[in-house]
Ligand binder design. Structure first.
Ligand code: ATP
Ligand code: MG
Length: 820
């Protein structure tokens, strides 16, 4: 496996001749570059560094350089190694090169992410580190599970020393290219002094399983290159040109891997921006880019200063925020544009209102608003700091039918086991659901081969009935015999029974869901078969494979999600919306993604929600980052990284950038009062327009002011008893807000018309006090235990404790008077 002559020779032969023939030094693609970019593109030999701010055309120059290498015949596609950070960025790079060359680019086998390129290399040389080339790549869940087993086996209390912690330590070592043999003495105390041993045990276990984790993909390649100079030399010769985008985010292992490879031809071109280094928490070393000239003596350094992406206001806002960081090179950025709107800032009552308002805004922009031309959904993105923020947007967009896509996010409802389970639920609700039947008829195995399935399909067709009824006929006619006949007969009976149970209301929908998963045999299918003796000895059942425990966890999570719905039908309807939303890729959609995933991308309109201290900057990011001394001053490494993330976020916007925050947010099920982000204070007021929060519509900032009482909503938001009792943080009293508010009063923005109705019904809430007896139309009598936003937490006498909207509740003594 360690020769790469076969497929590479094939790839070389596949290169279109026209590419080699296109040796035009004055090709049109060079015309769209500025002189500095052109210099970076045309300096083909020796190391080149492009260190420049956001939107200055680094990626454009890098891709043009690849096109140039190909067009001039300087390199063949497979001689170019081009790495970037996300699959999306890699795909875009490929497309851009194709666009520049005027034809689809084929045979660029080494253009991809670090991980995809390294995995491909590792498959060729797996045996050099004791793996087979068919190795599996474990995801984080698998990794954690494996570590858990090792921790338990070592007799360590997993509660005190959790697997996640060990995984963080081991990942950290791998990011630094540290193998179990060379863990530094300083780290020997890690994980109760057992870290190094457990690391070694974990690596042994992975080899036994013929598996690697993400960190291994790079680590193994570095080890192979270090221990097998012949292999390294081969690739050093082979990769004549190396290009790296987002170089500021390389970790030590990636850096070593690149340096080893580049030591051959030394034609390495790296581009990046120290202000956009956002993966320090994962071991990225911004020092790598700052050290480039020392690492590659004689490097040609190109600086780009003109930003082509954003309006002057957006650029000014981003520059001001990032200027608060101490440890930076500092760069000049300018734009020749003079047009554009100010960055918009708006505060909301809670996260749901924020999602609602953004939904309205997206629709307004789609129609064309404030004299702007209509903007397509593809042109809009919502960039969040933490993935849990996404849920509010997904739910809101689903309910208003706004198509969206989640990029790089967890696609819970797309997982195999979730789709299987859902298919069972669908059959329980509707026995004629054909797609659901097709999906699970043989899951778990019921011995249905293609012949049996064809017979059922034929009966269904001939009699114009659904497959499930066709099964009944097939059984009657004796067409399904033996094991399959037995299993299908049981399958049919179960479905009929579930149909009755759904209708009968005998079980709650949650109990029923659990029952269905059990009775269908689906849960069972994740366990290894047991022998009679094992059953007799009541031995615990073993999971079928490494993935089984994770899948079972997901199923539990699925059942938990049912709690938010009244019945199976309601849940299924909700999910079908989620699924539908994910399918049609061609349709225009607004994107939802994390700030990290947005690196390198650009959108005409960007929404940056959740700018609240603790959420953004993230408390965890700040706590775990540590500190360092810069110019005699102690600075927080984590906070600076969060600020770079803010810079990345703002600079993704081309035309309109909207920052928002909420004063209340539900985080992991708990309501919390939020303070506006300290980054809001760092925004330059001259470049920011403060928008009227929907709750303040009609009252405005005028005479009543923020603390006035022009409307109950205003009173509720800034000064009423209720507000003070329930929400300690008065978001509108922050210095940044006040400063910006003064500016905002000068110009009022027109609201989407529906926003007027978006006020929270604080009147309704304030009618209640804690401990009061109340009556709810559906849940009956109960006692108010808490007031959260416009919702009440009520302990109902019969229905237990529930969050309900205040509007549907009356005081117990009025219960008879009020018609609902
Ligand atoms: P980031 O730091 O965010 O990754 P970048 O430096 O890689 O940004 P690009 O994405 O390459 O910037 O370019 C930003 C935008 O500016 C793109 O839309 C690109 O097409 C445009 N652009 C780049 N260079 C020029 C140029 N010389 N003339 C006109 N437009 C340009
Ligand atoms: Mg870029």
């Amino acid at each position: 496996m360690n020769s790469f002559s076969e497929d590479d020779a094939f790839e070389a032969a596949a290169m279109p001749l026209s590419q080699r023939a296109m040796a035009r030094p004055n090709a049109a693609y060079l015309d769209s570059l500025n002189p500095a970019q052109r210099e970076a593109v045309q300096t083909l030999d020796g190391p080149v560094l492009m260190l420049a701010g956001a939107g200055t055309g680094k990626t454009k120059a890098l891709t043009t350089r690849i096109a140039h290498l190909l067009a001039t015949g300087t390199a063949r596609p497979h001689e170019i190694l081009a790495v970037t950070f996300t699959n999306k960025a890699a795909r875009e790079m490929k497309n851009r090169i194709g666009g520049l060359m005027g034809e689809a680019v084929e045979g660029m086998p080494w253009l991809g992410t670090f991980h995809s390129v390294c995995a491909k290399l590792l498959r060729r040389h797996a045996e050099l580190v004791g793996l087979k080339s068919s190795f599996t790549i474990l995801d984080t869940d698998d990794q954690i599970r494996l570590m858990k087993q090792l921790i338990v086996a070592a007799g360590i209390d997993e509660k005190r020393w959790p697997a996640r912690m060990l995984s963080g330590i081991i990942d950290g070592w791998k990011n630094k290219a540290i193998t179990p043999e060379n863990v530094p003495v300083a780290d020997s105390g890690a994980f109760d002094h057992k870290g190094p041993q457990l690391y070694a045990a974990y690596q042994r276990r992975l080899l036994e399983l013929n598996a690697v984790d993400f960190g291994d993909i790079l680590l193994h390649m570095v080890v192979i290159f270090q221990k097998h100079p012949d292999v390294l030399e081969q690739y050093q010769r082979w990769f004549r040109y190396i290009l790296v985008d987002e170089y500021q985010d390389t970790n030590v292992a990636q850096y070593m891997w690149l340096r080893l490879l580049a030591a051959g031809h030394k034609n390495i071109c790296c581009v990046g921006d120290d202000d956009q280094s956002i993966y320090g928490w994962r071991g990225a070393e911004v020092g790598n880019i700052l050290r480039f000239e020392a690492d590659f003596p004689g490097a040609h350094v190109v600086r780009l200063e003109e930003n082509y992406r954003s309006t002057p206001h957006i650029l000014a806002a981003a520059s001001d925020v990032i200027s608060a960081n101490k440890g930076r090179l500092g760069k000049t950025l300018f734009t020749s544009r003079t047009d554009g709107e100010k960055v918009r800032l708006i505060g909301h009552w809670d996260g749901e209102e924020e999602a609602r308002w953004i939904g309205e805004e997206v629709e307004a922009m789609q129609r064309g608003t404030r004299g702007l031309n209509p903007v397509g959904l593809d042109a809009m993105a919502i960039l969040v700091r933490a993935s849990h923020q996404m849920r509010a947007f997904e739910d809101r967009f689903l309910s208003i039918g706004l198509p969206y896509r989640v990029i790089g996010g967890p696609r819970f409802y797309e997982r195999m086991e979730i789709r299987d389970a859902m298919a069972y639920f669908r059959l329980a609700v509707n026995r004629s659901d054909q797609l659901a039947f097709d999906r699970v008829v043989n899951v778990p195995k019921r011995g249905m081969g293609p012949k049996g399935l064809a017979a059922i399909a034929e009966i269904a067709r001939d009699n114009e009935i659904g497959s499930i009824d066709a099964v009944g006929i097939a059984l009657e006619r004796g067409l399904l015999k033996g094991k399959a006949g037995h299993a299908m007969s049981e399958f049919l009976q179960r479905i009929e029974q579930w149909n009755l149970q759904v209708a009968a209301d005998e079980y709650t929908h949650i109990e029923l869901a659990e029952l269905i998963l059990e009775e269908s045999g689906y849960i069972d299918s994740f366990f290894a078969p047991q022998s009679d003796e094992e059953i007799e000895r009541s031995e615990p059942r073993k999971h079928k494979d490494l993935e089984a425990p994770g899948r079972l966890e997901n199923l539990k999570e699925l059942v938990k999600a049912l709690e938010n719905f009244e019945n199976l039908q309601g849940f299924l309807e909700h999910i079908s919306l989620v699924m539908e939303n994910e399918t049609d890729e061609a349709e225009e959609k607004v994107s939802i993604m994390t700030l990290h995933a947005a690196k390198g991308l650009e959108f005409p309109a960007v929404f940056l929600p959740g700018w609240e201290d603790g959420l953004f900057p993230s408390q965890r990011g700040m706590d775990e980052g540590g500190t360092k001394m810069v110019d005699g001053e102690r600075i927080s490494i984590g906070l600076e990284e969060e600020r770079r993330l803010a810079y990345v976020g703002i600079t993704r916007a081309e035309e309109v950038c909207t920052i928002s925050f909420a004063s209340n947010r539900r985080v992991y099920g708990q309501w919390q009062s939020q303070m506006p982000s300290r980054f809001i204070d760092e925004l330059p007021p001259d470049h920011v327009e403060v928008l009227t929060p929907p709750g303040l519509y009609g009252g405005g900032y005028g005479a009543a002011g923020m603390g006035g009482s022009a409307s109950p909503a205003i009173a509720g938001m800034a000064g009423s008893d209720l507000h003070e009792k329930a929400h300690k943080a008065d978001v509108y009293n922050s210095p940044g807000w006040k400063r910006l508010q003064a500016r905002g009063a000068q110009r009022r923005m027109s609201q989407p018309s529906e926003a007027r109705n978006m006020t929270i019904d604080l009147d309704a809430v304030s009618a209640f006090t804690e401990g009061e007896r109340v009556f709810h139309q559906k849940f009956g009598y109960g006692e108010v235990m808490g007031i959260e936003g416009d919702k009440l937490l009520i302990e109902f006498d019969k229905a237990g404790s529930k969050h309900v909207v205040a509007r549907f509740v009356v005081s117990a003594d009025q219960a008879d008077d009020v018609p609902f």
